[in-house]
Design a protein around this ligand. Structure first.
Ligand code: DX5
Ligand code: ZN
Length: 223
């Protein structure tokens, strides 16, 4: 499988959201990464249903929804109805994670679990076979534009080894401080889906940056 590029809408220009969404539509990106923050689970508030519905209205690619909220169970059906293809909840926010994953599947979405930088991947052992995706946070969630935490590499390698045994189809996604500079190393460590906010939307030529990230391992495009 070729790797997945998921531009994070959090770094888009919200006053020109339609323009930025159309840029991603016509780019080589695979998914839209949609960061929902509640100001409780993380020390920031991003956006909720009205903005997500506006994104869905224009997006022609799947919405990869990253819920940085407490009690995500309460909102799963609404996020599914608002157009989520993947719903990722935080391990740290779910007391009954297995039930939450079942609810995401029942709502017709792929189920992901995100891990904060301090949360060991080994804690996923007994749920891994039920997941479609694991999102390894390479920054503390809450803000775009933060510095990548290098310990992520060993977490990715450990997760990849677990996935080979327990769930070879698992998508391993990495989020935070990801860009063209560390993509190949992250791929080598086992990641196959890459969230990038600032690396794409703050680039001089965002579409070309997406192409460069998408084609990196093929050697067809070098920047
Ligand atoms: C952070 C979010 C990320 C964020 C990444 O809490 O989960 O998706 O948008 O932004 P960059 O790529 O700029 O680090
Ligand atoms: Zn995210």
């Amino acid at each position: 499988m070729k790797h997945i590029i998921a531009p994070s809408v959090l770094a888009a220009d919200f006053a020109n959201l339609q323009r930025d969404i159309e840029m991603v539509n016509s780019s080589e990106a695979d998914w839209f990464h949609v960061d929902v923050m509640d100001g409780v689970f993380v020390p920031n508030i991003s956006f909720g249903f009205p903005v997500m519905e506006a994104i869905k209205k224009h997006a022609t690619k799947p919405l990869d929804v990253h819920l940085m909220i407490v009690n995500p169970d309460q909102y799963i059906e609404r996020f599914a109805a608002a157009g989520a293809a993947v719903i990722t909840v935080h391990y740290e926010a779910c007391v009954h994670l297995h039930r939450t994953v079942q609810a995401i599947h029942a709502a017709g979405c792929k189920a992901g679990v995100a891990l904060n930088p301090h949360t060991p991947v080994a804690l996923l052992k007994d749920i891994l076979a039920d997941l479609d995706l694991v999102l390894v946070m390479s920054v503390n969630p809450g803000f775009g534009g933060q510095q990548f935490i290098p310990n992520t590499f060993s977490k990715l390698r450990e997760l990849k080894a677990m996935a080979l045994k327990l769930n070879p189809e698992l998508i391993i996604e990495v989020d935070g401080g990801v860009g063209i500079h560390n993509l190949e190393d992250l791929m080598d460590a086992g990641a196959m889906a890459f969230v990038a906010g600032n690396a794409i939307f703050s680039a001089e030529a965002p579409m070309e940056m997406i192409s460069a990230m998408k084609n990196l391992n093929t050697g067809t495009l070098k920047i």
